[in-house]
Write a protein that binds this ligand. Structure first.
Ligand SMILES: [Zn+2]
Length: 238
């Protein structure tokens, strides 16, 4: 049985910015959001889906022009520092090295280590082949999953229907690396996916040496496609 997730599973308060709305009140409301609170704000320039969690306060925006409503703008706030662009560079490097060796997909997420206050690239135990990767999420209270990233081996960068199912969640920053290092990225808020630019996720100004970026990998199980063996004496054996 497949659990069908609906948006109704996630409760959001919808606020329409008509002439009766007091913008100071709204700003106060947003400043005092509790963890996992979320608001849908309908304003002059579209619909903003705002959520708070342990990484920050984020807004997914869908453009629409609704002239009778008040204007609204929201800038994402990160509670932890944004990851350096060099962390992504290191992942591209790791992915290339591993792909050259095994020709498969990989799951290479980025975690924030609460204790050490730094990012770590940690590949959990995973089973990989040329068209899929199966993994277990790391359960460690000191680690926050910040960027859920996997590669598509020799295929293009896109979010597959399996990726859509996996990303049908309260909040996620999700990325796929395809062939030739093409990348797609998106932010998911309450199961709604908003495509965002890589530069909105990574800090291009902070430079870190590759050696200083922590990386560890757990067991990789490489699955080769099974070759069907024809039995010459099949009829005799049966
Ligand atoms: Zn995928």
């Amino acid at each position: 049985m497949k659990l069908l997730k609906t948006h109704a599973m996630y409760q959001s308060e919808t606020i329409i910015l008509d002439k009766n709305i007091d913008l100071d009140n709204l700003n106060n409301k947003l400043l005092n959001m509790k963890d996992s609170d979320s608001f849908i704000i309908v304003h002059k320039n579209g619909i903003s889906n705002i959520i708070k969690n342990n990484i920050g306060i984020f807004s997914g925006n869908q453009f629409a022009y609704i002239p009778n409503l008040k204007e609204f703008q929201f800038e994402d706030t990160w509670f932890i520092k944004k990851p350096s662009i060099n962390i992504l560079d290191k992942i591209l490097f790791i992915n290339k090295e591993l792909f050259n060796k095994y020709q498969t997909e990989f799951y290479i997420p980025i975690y924030w280590n609460i204790k050490n206050k730094e990012y770590e690239i940690i590949m959990p135990k995973q089973s990989v082949n040329s068209a899929s990767v199966t993994f277990e999420y790391i359960q460690d209270p000191n680690l926050i999953l910040v960027i859920d990233l996997h590669s598509h081996g020799n295929m293009s960068a896109f979010f597959s229907s399996t990726d859509d199912t996996n990303d049908s969640t309260r909040f996620k920053l999700s990325m796929v690396i395809g062939k030739n290092d093409n990348i797609v990225s998106r932010m998911v808020i309450n199961s709604i996916a908003y495509s965002i630019d890589v530069n909105e996720i990574f800090n291009s100004k902070e430079r870190i040496d590759f050696d200083k970026i922590k990386f560890r990998s757990n067991k990789l199980e490489i699955k080769r496609p099974k070759i069907k063996k024809e039995c010459k004496y099949h009829n005799e054996l049966v």
